[in-house]
Design a protein around this ligand. Structure first.
Ligand code: GDP
Length: 453
């Protein structure tokens, strides 16, 4: 009967590997990996630049670009051909699903890179927050000809958010230098943009030595992967900076500390995939703490349901194990997909992340903050909630300035109590961003919590 036609799949057995030991033995020889998120004002050339990077690094074929060019020319939008590479990511093609955070891998001899891209302009910020929490660094794209619009607009918010997500390194692509006025590749324009963007980054708290500037043109492909011609308009470029790829390679991800690898497993789920025959149910994300191996049983919070790890991919390569900081796809068994949502946290059964209902946090206030409704963002997770109480504002030393203020002003630091509409898996210390009406109002870290679903 039907029963004999669908035998239950064989149980996945753990090999009982000592993952921290395997990690420490192989860490010096493992190829370095780095993931970056792309930020910047709309139309400053993010998609075009990334399409160019993927093309010239050999991750997409010229014939695909030619195909996009043909389609784009028919629509009178030939300049968009490169940007289309990002819209039709390999993941979406292969898995036939739309993802919120597209991962575009490419390799060089030294490093496995992943571009974390928040597709589309609508709802860019929630996706950017998710990408930034998985990234090692940010690439900030600035149109050299549109400095003002960018600085006042999304550039500043994106920089604040990157910082709020814990990113400390930024590569600034000073883009569209092929189109500067009065002449192309105007060196003064590059230095002016560099100075202004530098001021903005430092005002938000980025250290000077953690920021690199690259003059480039994504559309023309100048100084992205291929160096600029050393004569003519671009003669000054090599002296001012290496290529974008060169700077990405010189900012590799920090490798995890031993105790981070030995800590209880914790991975926020960035995306859930269903449908492949060999692996009917998979999740992707970046391991925040601990390690995982095939055969492990894990628990998903907030549902509290268990699942078995049936397969692991790190940088798109199948393997037996993965450790903290690695971007991976985990293939799961023994769990109903209704218990898996993006933003959930996959954790060790021994020490799962607690599900909390409210928390106290010390926030940097970006817009006047009252007791009000807010969207609480923690990486890929967003839950509706409210600032239930303003407890106090404090000075730089943490001394109370005002108790129970009616409002906390932009630029102030405030202790607030946040109540969530539903229980969420938030560990103490996690970075949170509070948004309201489409703008970011405050950011901080989860302090003391109260538990509950
Ligand atoms: P995004 O919104 O930041 O992703 O920007 P897009 O990549 O979609 O580019 C916006 C517009 O700027 C398109 O018309 C591009 O062709 C154009 N563009 C992008 N990069 C360059 C560049 O390096 N030079 C010039 N002149 N135009 C560019």
């Amino acid at each position: 009967e039907a029963q004999s036609a669908t035998p239950s799949p064989p149980k996945v057995k753990s090999k009982g590997l000592d993952v921290p030991k395997l990690w420490s033995e192989s860490k010096d020889t493992r190829k370095s990996a780095a993931a970056f998120v792309v930020i910047g004002h709309v139309d400053h050339g993010k998609s075009t630049l990334m399409g160019r990077l993927l093309l010239d690094a050999g991750a997409v074929a010229q014939r695909d670009i030619d195909k996009y060019k043909k389609q784009a020319t028919e629509l009178n939008k030939s300049s968009f051909a490169l940007a289309w590479v990002m819209d039709t990511g390999s993941e979406e093609r292969e898995r036939g699903v739309t993802v919120d955070i597209a991962q575009h891998p490419f390799q060089t001899a030294n490093t496995d890179f992943t571009i974390l891209d928040a597709p589309g302009h609508r709802d860019f910020v929630p996706n950017m927050l998710a990408g930034a929490t998985m990234a090692d660094l940010a690439v900030l794209v600035v149109d050299a000809n549109q400095l003002e619009s960018g600085m006042k607009g999304q550039t500043k918010e994106h920089i604040l958010l990157a910082k709020a997500c814990g990113l400390s390194k930024v590569v600034v692509a000073v883009n569209k230098l092929d189109a500067t006025a009065p002449k192309a590749w105007d060196e003064q324009t590059f230095h002016h943009v560099k100075a202004e963007v530098g001021k903005l980054l430092q005002s938000v708290g980025f250290e000077k030595e953690d920021v690199l500037y690259v003059p480039c043109s994504g559309l023309g492909g100048t100084n992205v992967v291929n160096p600029a011609p050393s004569s003519g308009d671009t003669a000054w470029v090599t002296g001012a900076s290496g290529t974008l790829l060169h700077h990405l390679e010189s900012s590799p991800a920090a490798s995890p500390a031993d105790d981070q690898v030995k800590a209880p497993l914790r991975m926020q789920i960035a995306d859930v995939f269903r449908g492949s025959i060999t692996n009917p149910l998979s999740v992707s994300g970046r391991i925040a703490a601990g390690n995982v191996q095939v055969g492990d049983i894990v628990v998903i919070q907030p549902s509290g349901e268990k699942a078995t790890i049936r397969g692991i991919e790190v940088s798109s390569e199948p393997g037996d194990w993965a450790v903290a900081t690695e971007l991976c796809t985990l293939h799961l068994a023994d769990i109903d997909p209704v218990h898996l949502r993006a933003g959930d946290v996959l954790c060790s059964t021994a020490q799962p992340v607690g599900v909390i209902r409210s928390f106290v946090t010390q926030v940097e206030v970006l817009e006047p903050l009252l007791p009000q409704g807010v969207d609480v963002h923690v990486g890929r997770l967003h839950v509706p909630g409210s600032v239930a109480a303003l407890i106090s504002t404090v000075d730089a030393k943490g001394e109370v300035v005002r108790k129970k203020p009616r409002v906390a002003k932009a630029g102030e630091t405030a202790n607030v109590k946040v109540v969530l509409e539903t229980g969420a898996p938030l560990p103490v210390g996690e970075r949170v961003v509070l948004r309201s009406g489409g703008s970011t109002v405050a950011s901080g870290r989860v302090g003391s919590v109260s538990v509950g679903r």
